[in-house]
Design a protein around this ligand. Structure first.
Ligand SMILES: NC(=O)c1ccc[n+]([C@@H]2O[C@H](COP(=O)([O-])OP(=O)(O)OC[C@H]3O[C@@H](n4cnc5c(N)ncnc54)[C@H](OP(=O)(O)O)[C@@H]3O)[C@@H](O)[C@H]2O)c1
Length: 449
């Protein structure tokens, strides 16, 4: 249903205050979930958008892989381009929207074509921005146009605008976020039902939350793309996937989720970055967080990001990180910026001013840890484990022992006080050398703050 109040916007875009403003001509490459969601949104909220943007949105060219594909919306009214690169033609369009996906291939070619011809680009493609954001921002600046990617990070949540606009005057001390709805759905289901990782993944696939190949979600790659972009916005550095340690959730078992709960924690896949005296600490990792922490309460497919600004203090944004509606909402918000003539620097500041910040070396990263060992159930093992920790100079916070299994093994769970990753690794190596330790230890970070 379309909203009804529809006075024609008048103004600057028409060049005459009495003339209706010229519509914003949109070239749309990609007609899948998000592309069709965007067309649906423009159709249903067109009047409201025109009032707020000062101009109507008019889709003036579309392209996808297969013209004859059945789609969620009728795309027959829009001029079709067989080659998606032909979308980037200033004669037909005022802005290019790239919703194909992938870091390279047609998405990158379209982005380069649009920006080099001075056309603003709006994209939901985090892989593209995480891998080529610096190059594309430089290109946009060189041709005097703009690059927008609100939908690329946490779907419908306006986190890019929060960092670029609302918190623009703050030094950002750090952020951490649940940035992948699929991984969060799996971890939430494992906690709520006690199901195994494999069963929870199968359920996520059945519900349409996980792809047939779920590796980008469960191996942390998707969260890493978003983390690299947020790090750039927050700390004024170029997005750099090469400097971002990434771990997913494959190694998290339902056993860890149960013991974490017993210890007062939930396990979440976090993307985080914080500035330390020794450098920028950024990573994607499955972490234990206290059950009463704000992010611990974010369940299912939701996303949430906590940011700390030096004047604003803590800010939390939460919402739906994916899906046709939320993602189209973010794409359309960027298009409204374009319609209003609001560009600004791609990453809060010009790409030429990206800071050269040292990354915190892996050995220097500090924190508390959760370790689960499967050990032979016999006397003296606890003493062996305690000795390995003492010799490695890692201080134990708690130790709990599970119920012995039928095969004569037992789980031993240890949490540590703050230590360095290097020291923790030394202790893990000592554990592995013990003949009573029966399998690869599970080691997870604990994030208290
Ligand atoms: N889905 C979400 O919830 C979501 C959330 C946030 C961000 N995003 C991002 O939004 C972008 C689009 O995602 P999506 O879920 O809409 O993807 P999708 O449903 O797979 O749609 C991709 C579209 O791109 C077209 N396409 C693929 N390869 C092409 C090629 N070589 N040449 C021309 N067109 C090609 C496809 O054409 P055909 O339809 O003809 O096959 C399809 O219309 C991605 O960057 C994704 O990461 C998605």
């Amino acid at each position: 249903m379309s909203d009804t109040l529809s006075p024609e916007p008048k103004g600057a875009a028409a060049g005459d205050a009495d003339e209706p403003a010229k519509p914003l001509r949109i070239g749309l490459a990609g007609l899948g979930t998000v592309g069709c969601g965007l067309i649906d949104l423009i159709n249903r909220n067109g009047d409201l958008i025109a009032r707020r943007a000062g101009r109507r949105f008019a889709v003036s060219a579309v392209s996808a892989r297969n013209r004859h594909q059945r789609r969620d919306v009728d795309v027959s009214p829009y001029p079709w381009r067989d080659n998606p690169l032909d979308i980037a033609d200033p004669a037909d369009v005022d802005v290019v929207v790239e919703l194909i996906g992938g870091a390279d291939g047609p998405a990158l070619a379209i982005a380069r074509a649009a920006l080099s011809r001075g056309l603003p680009l709006v994209t939901a493609n985090k892989a593209l921005i995480a891998h080529h954001g610096a190059e594309l921002a430089t290109l946009a600046e060189s041709t005097g146009t703009s690059l927008h990617f609100e939908a690329g990070v946490a779907g419908g949540i306006p986190i890019v605008k929060t960092l670029k606009e609302g918190l623009a005057a703050n030094r950002i001390d750090g952020f951490k976020g649940i940035l992948n709805g699929t991984a969060n759905f799996i971890l939430t289901l494992m906690e709520e039902t006690g199901s195994t990782f494999e069963a929870a993944l199968a359920k996520a696939q059945e519900e349409g939350y996980a792809e047939a190949d779920p590796s980008f979600d469960i191996d942390g790659v998707d969260a890493a793309h978003k983390t690299a972009i947020l790090t750039s916005l927050a700390f004024g550095v170029a997005p750099d996937m090469g400097q971002l340690p990434v771990e997913g959730i494959r190694a998290v078992s339902h056993v860890d989720i149960r013991y974490a709960r017993e210890l007062g924690y939930r396990i979440k896949l976090l993307g985080l970055a914080r500035m330390t005296e020794a450098g920028l600490d950024q990573r994607v990792q499955a972490c234990l967080i206290p059950t009463d922490a704000t992010l611990a309460k974010v369940g299912g497919v939701s996303n949430a990001i906590q940011i700390h600004g030096n004047f604003a203090g803590p800010t939390l944004v939460e919402g739906l990180g994916a899906g046709a509606g939320p993602t189209a909402s973010a794409v359309a918000a960027d298009l409204i910026d374009v319609a209003r003539g609001q560009g600004g620097s791609t990453f809060s500041q010009p790409a030429k001013d990206f800071a050269n910040v040292a990354m915190l070396a892996a050995e220097a990263r500090r924190g508390a840890f959760y370790v689960r060992l499967r050990v032979t159930d016999r006397t003296g093992v606890m003493a062996q484990v305690a000795t390995a920790m003492r010799d490695g100079e890692v201080s134990m916070e708690r130790m709990i022992q599970g119920t012995p299994e039928a095969d004569g093994s037992v789980h031993m769970i240890i949490t540590t006080h703050e230590t360095s990753e290097a020291q923790m690794q030394t202790v893990i190596d000592r554990f592995k050398a013990l003949d009573t330790v029966l399998e690869e230890p599970c080691v997870l970070r604990i994030e208290h703050s």
